[in-house]
Design a protein around this ligand. Sequence first.
Ligand code: NA7
Length: 546
Amino acid sequence: MVTLHADEAAARSDANVDFDAIIIGAGVAGLYQLYRLRELGLRVQVFETGSSLGGTWYWNRYPGARFDSESWTYGYSFSKELLEEWNWDEHFSAQPHTEQYLNYVADKFDLRRNIQFNSRVISAHWHEAERHWDVELESGEHHTARFLVTAVGVLSAAVMPNIPGMESFTGISCHTHRWPKEDINVVGKRVGIIGTGATAVQTIQTIAKSVGHLTIFQRTPNWCFPLNNSKISSEEMADIKARYPEILARCLETPSCYVHGPDPRKAVEVTADEREAFWEKLYRTPGFGQWQGNFSDVLIDREANKLASEFAARKIRERVKDPAVAEKLIPKNHGFGTRRIPLETGYYEVYNQSNVELVDINETPIERITEKGIQTSDLEREFDVIIYATGFDSITGAFERIDIRGVNGVKLKEEWKNGPETYLGVFASGFPNMLMAMGPHGGLSNYTRTAEYGVEWITDVIKFAVERDLTRIDATPSAVAEWTNHVDELGQGLLMNEVGSWMTGVNRNVEGKQAPRIMRYSGGHPAYRAHCDAVAAEGYTNLAMS
Ligand code: NA7
């Protein structure tokens, strides 16, 4: 990447705008975007809602929050020095350590000076005559910028359920995403938790040991697999550092940028013994091996998926002593891996504890939250603490919480009411100079690996414009239509897209939000990069630049 000299960029800087670029969000993508754009010599400002940086790893302080990606595949790769300096403590790092890491990065590269904290962006309006964005903060402050980079996260718009009486509860209640820094003491307490997604699984297995009593309200069970986490010794860390080039290259080869990639064999073609031995091996493999490293037909072929589901169900039955509880924990409405699999450590054994109760709310629905607890159709249970592990308005939710208006005041939320329409997951037509880092339809996978690529691509296109004194970049409607159709087509036939989850357009976490449109690019990250690289190599001919 060629860097503009600071004086050259300064000469190009436009005195009519407050900043050359505003970035919304100081999470993994926003921090790196700041680093890259500042390197171009641009005047960049980040606005961040939180009182500190880290995004996901700032907010999610709930008990047991940790990576399901190998820590050493999640760090930034842009600085050899950083890779050399930072020691991960566990193969799947817990939230506090990851938050420390991001703070270390911010300090090392002096990023804080361009981040304004406690600054929620409430609106961003494009002004055509001036060719700039006007960004408004909750405080009423306004700032203008030529470019707007949204680094708002994929899972940052937390959703509370809509249950009558929630405000009447007199105990402590909290969404996992808003777990307070000062923590909530659950020791010896009567705790109820709603939800059984990846977040709930981490929370449940962590607090079950110390609470007085735990009641889990489950709407849909998920297929959970062992995380198989362990500490990283100093010798192991030295070995990882020596192997970083190989590890990072491996991540770029696999569809989702993990070290795990699909096994070319097909589950339906190997013998039953071979299948069983492989699945037993995967069950002991750390991380997403079971999901990302399985037989190549498991997520597309119904018969293969059924076999994989039967294996997973058997594991649950082996681990949960009460057969009736085990049956409730076995998903019946979706096959293995068609929703994001939660990774667990002793999760199923929690249900063998005498102080734990599983309530299937399909049998006995939650009717209301009361002053004392939760009333289901059969009885009222009293709690000291209610935990809402009810997930996110994913992928597009964070965009919709900002009043984003493009050319002629068109609202992004309105444009996307039937689901997102983008070009490469980076541009939305009619929203010039707005670039989405990790936007919908982009390469959303192992986060930092894919965010780094996205940020670098965005940096290059901004550099291209700045160098040519181009002050307006927009995706043409035809480019958006073509990309959106391509994303839709790639999603056809994937079992995953037949099931509602935060990864698809039918996300039951959000009442009434059911846009049956493919939300994620599912052609694999290598193919995504090939598309984006080709667009850059051709000089961005699909973009209208002036
Ligand atoms: P998820 O995976 O979207 O899970 C949310 C959970 O909350 C899920 O079990 C939902 O049940 C449940 N939920 C949501 N609303 C309700 C209501 N109203 N009543 C009962 N249950 C409800 O979010 P997570 O935070 O666990 O994980 C998100 C990602 O973060 C995860 O995949 C990782 O990538 C990190 P449902 O399944 O919809 O029936």
